[in-house]
Ligand binder design. Structure first.
Ligand SMILES: C[S@@+](CC[C@H](N)C(=O)[O-])C[C@H]1O[C@@H](n2cnc3c(N)ncnc32)[C@H](O)[C@@H]1O
Length: 316
């Protein structure tokens, strides 16, 4: 298991609690924001009617169900289909059509997207629906693979099930609901054509090996829990995972931090769409224009080993 991060500047009561979580689960929240962590911990202490942090740490040591409850509280999974519709309008009007056109020009077959911090799946499924409509509109045979990751295994399990209630689909509109969902009792199941585009993985963006060669990375409303140092470190890591001209999309209240700001050009700062600078890419890798299809196929094989393949444990 990785060492508990020595750089944390949290108060000793919180460190004690995070150490228990780290010992039991391997998850290290020591670079998350103190205020956020404290609110979640105090919320759990209130629920258990405990007033001392040390008593709560003791409870955590002996009660695995409390460990899961605190993890759930820390990694708040709030999300929705087509969250920030104005962003999706821009993606469908400009960003996705441009990527499709570029792929066709370069004779590349696949669009690669990473939805990092995907929670219960609404974000990657919305992306898959929007991309599908754009591909259909272009009349091309380009395909799209979306890796959707989250630190929270219960969120990933729910996401994989791909079943949503009527109220979850309010932003979708009747036409898309009929096209991309199958009614099942009171619920709606994501259609197989969309399901097969999205590959869910439990993955910690801070500590696990990242997924490379993406055209777009969505990392929205996940940085809000990280302190500035961890935001910068993670944004630099995500930058390395983008193809030339690749886009990083942040949440509406998030921004690039420190050295990461110099690695991107803002394509739409109001909508938090940033593009990796080409000069930055050419320093670290050869431009994709000169990659042969053979080389691309070998990269795809490598990506499949890294987790871009269909999950064998999916429901269907
Ligand atoms: C508020 S949700 C955002 C969901 C979606 N991106 C959206 O904007 O609607 C934040 C998600 O980030 C996940 N998260 C927090 N820390 C993470 C980490 N280190 N690695 C991966 N996911 C993480 C949480 O579990 C949670 O599901």
């Amino acid at each position: 298991m990785a060492q508990f991060d020595g750089r944390c500047l949290l108060n000793s009561d919180i460190i004690e609690i995070l150490k228990v979580i780290h010992e039991r689960t391997g998850l290290d929240f020591s670079l998350y924001k103190e205020g956020t962590l404290n609110r979640r911990i105090v919320g759990r202490m209130r629920a258990l009617e405990l007033s001392k942090y040390s008593d709560y740490a003791e409870r955590l040591r002996t009660d695995p169900s409390e460990q899961s409850k605190l993890l759930d509280a820390i990694s708040i999974n709030v999300t929705e289909m087509f969250r920030n519709p104005e962003l999706f309008d821009e993606l469908e009007r400009v960003v996705f059509p441009n990527i499709i056109e570029e792929k066709l020009t370069k004779k590349h077959r696949m669009i690669r997207i990473w939805s990092c911090g995907c929670s219960t799946g609404q974000e990657p499924y919305s992306i898959a629906i929007a991309v599908s409509d754009c591909i259909e509109g272009s009349g091309s045979k380009i395909s799209c693979s979306i890796v959707a990751t989250d630190i929270d295994i219960s969120a990933i399990t729910k996401a994989r099930a791909g079943v949503f209630g009527f109220s979850d689909l309010k932003e979708i509109g009747r036409k898309r609901r009929d096209k991309y969902f199958i009614k099942s009792g009171d619920d709606f199941e994501v259609a197989p054509s969309i399901r097969k585009m999205v590959h869910f993985k439990r993955h910690d963006v801070v500590t696990d090996r990242p997924f490379r060669f993406n055209d777009i990375i969505f990392c929205r409303n996940t940085f809000i829990y990280f302190n500035k140092e961890l935001q910068e470190e993670t944004q630099l890591k995500l930058c390395e995972c983008l193809n030339p001209g690749g886009k990083l999309i942040l949440g509406m209240c998030e921004s690039l931090v420190g050295a990461a700001s110099g690695k991107f050009v803002a394509r739409n700062s109001a909508l938090r769409i940033y593009e990796r600078r080409v000069e930055d890419y050419s320093k670290s890798f050869v431009a994709s224009d000169v990659l042969s299809q053979e080389k691309i196929d070998s990269i795809i094989r490598e990506l499949n080993e890294e987790g871009y393949e269909e999950n064998s444990d999916r429901r269907r």
